[in-house]
Design a protein around this ligand. Structure first.
Ligand code: ACM
Length: 512
């Protein structure tokens, strides 16, 4: 028995080192391999989801080069799935992937699982003496968390369509499944609005997405099994809105689009009915444009100074008993909860589930609202204890430029959590966040990648197999190369910028 146990542990130690990230739930390695010299012959046994055939050709092109002109005659890549997967319903992403010297088989309950299997298959390929191979392996895989997001912020620095698309390709490569699109902030409003056009004309003067482009990106994401969660951050982070429509302001000042990256604490007026009719028009338009069942309304970083300083808004609070325990000091949190309830009603009318940052949490907040924790895990724990579904982003702020390990180790449900099984179920997952105060569209890939892959693994892979930091770094390096081949520019762009500094391409004339 002791000998057998010794052998078993030897077997697991002897597993070939692989470059899979996120690491699959179960792997059994064989000793053979499949040559990729001849083009794999695609055998699609289900055709219900056109996304699968398209994803297969992208994957095969990256694995083996452009599609052959004659029908492929190599080993068979056989694909079976039960039904079309619906990412927005957290449909199953489970798959099994088997590579033998004879061919490849992928089996999954839904087409989403097939897309995830393709991501694994691509990472399996190895090169030896300029020949490409797949190792013999049997993989059974499924995600630990259903919500695995990346927040991108085109509000601070605009991110053109091509940047979003290549980042969606990167997300698909590491099995992230939610693009959280932070579409408005003090510094910009980035979606064309047909009902309130000054929002994009003024707020998006230096860049916005047309509605056609929004649809194009949603379709691009959906074809990769990725949901698009729009965020329109209210009541603070709205200077660009107020610049476009001064009637939203909480005071008599007028504002331009904010040019600083400091927190503004400028907030729209939550006491006027005109504010709610404005939001109702905008949300009617935007909830129709974005098909995701979820809708993020921000709610962060409003210290309430503008509300307290306005005699009219302070009187509104007092008249409704929105005061602290002393009975006198106005309590902005109660006013923001009032605001949240009004916004929630608008979203419910349109069958959307509201998501907000952790500042909106409070005992009176309706339980269906999803809380995204960014200030600390305490708020994630408080949220689920109060019965809210919750997401973790604290620890996953890529814009802070911390080492990958510091993003890898934070866990939405750490081992030994004191949460009850019911509370644990409310932890949906998490999101890496890339705020762009200090990154533009050229450099942004290098701030996201490859570190977002470490967060992706934290959210996808079993807890027990995600504790080895040196091995994470080893694989991250390999994945970084793969991601560059997928189209990201995290390695190329910084190199180009540095070489431009050394020798500007237009030199001469280049005198300062
Ligand atoms: C946030 O970082 N203010 C959500």
């Amino acid at each position: 028995m002791v000998l057998l146990m010794g052998l078993a542990s030897f077997a697991s130690l002897a597993q070939p080192s692989h470059n899979l990230m996120p690491v699959p739930a179960e792997m059994r390695w064989g000793t053979g391999r499949l040559s990729l010299k001849a083009p794999l012959k695609l055998q699609l046994e289900s055709t219900a989801d056109p996304a699968v055939a398209a994803a297969a050709s992208r994957m095969l092109a990256r694995l083996q080069g452009p599609a052959p002109t004659r029908p492929a005659a190599g080993p068979v890549l056989q694909i079976r799935y039960g039904r079309v997967g619906q990412a927005e319903k957290f449909d199953e992403e489970r798959y099994s992937l088997r590579v033998t010297p004879m061919g490849v088989t992928i089996d999954a309950p839904t087409s989403l699982g097939v897309l995830r299997a393709f991501a694994t298959l691509e990472q399996l390929a190895t090169t030896e003496k300029q020949r490409r191979y797949l190792p013999e392996v049997d993989i059974q895989d499924q995600p630990r968390f259903a919500w695995r997001g990346l927040l991108m912020d085109p509000a601070r620095h605009f991110l053109p369509v091509a940047v979003i698309k290549r980042n969606l390709d990167g997300m698909a490569a590491v099995k992230l499944n939610v693009l959280h699109w932070h579409l408005s902030d003090d510094q910009g409003f980035r979606v064309e609005s047909k009902v309130l056009p000054r929002l994009h004309e003024v707020g998006g003067a230096n860049g916005y997405y047309t509605q056609l482009e929004v649809k194009e990106i949603i379709a691009y994401a959906a074809a990769r099994g990725i949901r698009v969660l729009p965020e329109f951050d209210v009541p603070s982070h709205t200077t660009s809105w107020i610049a476009a429509y001064p009637r939203l302001a909480s005071n008599d000042s007028t504002y331009g689009v904010y040019r600083s990256f400091r927190t503004s604490n400028i907030a729209i007026d939550p006491t006027r009915e005109t504010t709610y009719s404005f939001l109702d028009s905008l949300f009617t338009e935007m909830t129709a444009l974005f098909p995701d069942p979820y809708f993020h309304v921000g709610g962060d970083e409003n210290d309430g100074r503008q509300w307290r300083r306005s005699p009219r808004i302070a009187a509104f609070m007092r008249a409704r008993g929105m005061v602290r325990a002393d009975g006198k000091t106005v309590d902005k949190h109660q006013l923001q909860t009032y605001f949240n309830r009004r916004v929630l009603a608008m979203l419910q009318k349109r069958n959307k589930i509201m998501v907000g940052w952790d500042e909106i949490l409070g005992p009176d907040l309706p339980k269906e609202i999803i809380i995204q924790s960014w200030r600390g895990k305490k708020w994630l724990v408080d949220a689920v204890k109060l019965g809210h579904p919750a997401l973790l982003s604290e620890g996953y702020y890529l814009d802070l430029n911390y080492p990958a390990a510091s993003h890898y180790l934070p866990d939405p449900l750490p081992a030994g959590t004191a949460l009850t099984p019911a509370q644990q179920k409310l932890v949906l997952g998490g999101e890496a966040a890339m705020w762009t105060e200090f990154a533009d569209s050229v450099i942004v890939d290098s701030r996201i990648w490859p570190r977002a892959a470490a967060v992706a693994e934290r959210l996808w892979s079993p807890q027990a197999s995600t504790q080895n930091v040196p091995d994470m770094y080893r694989r991250l390096n390999a994945v970084a190369g793969q991601l560059e081949a997928v189209g990201l520019r995290h390695r190329r762009a910084p190199e180009q910028l540095l070489s431009q500094m050394a020798a500007p391409p237009t030199c001469p004339p280049c005198a300062p």
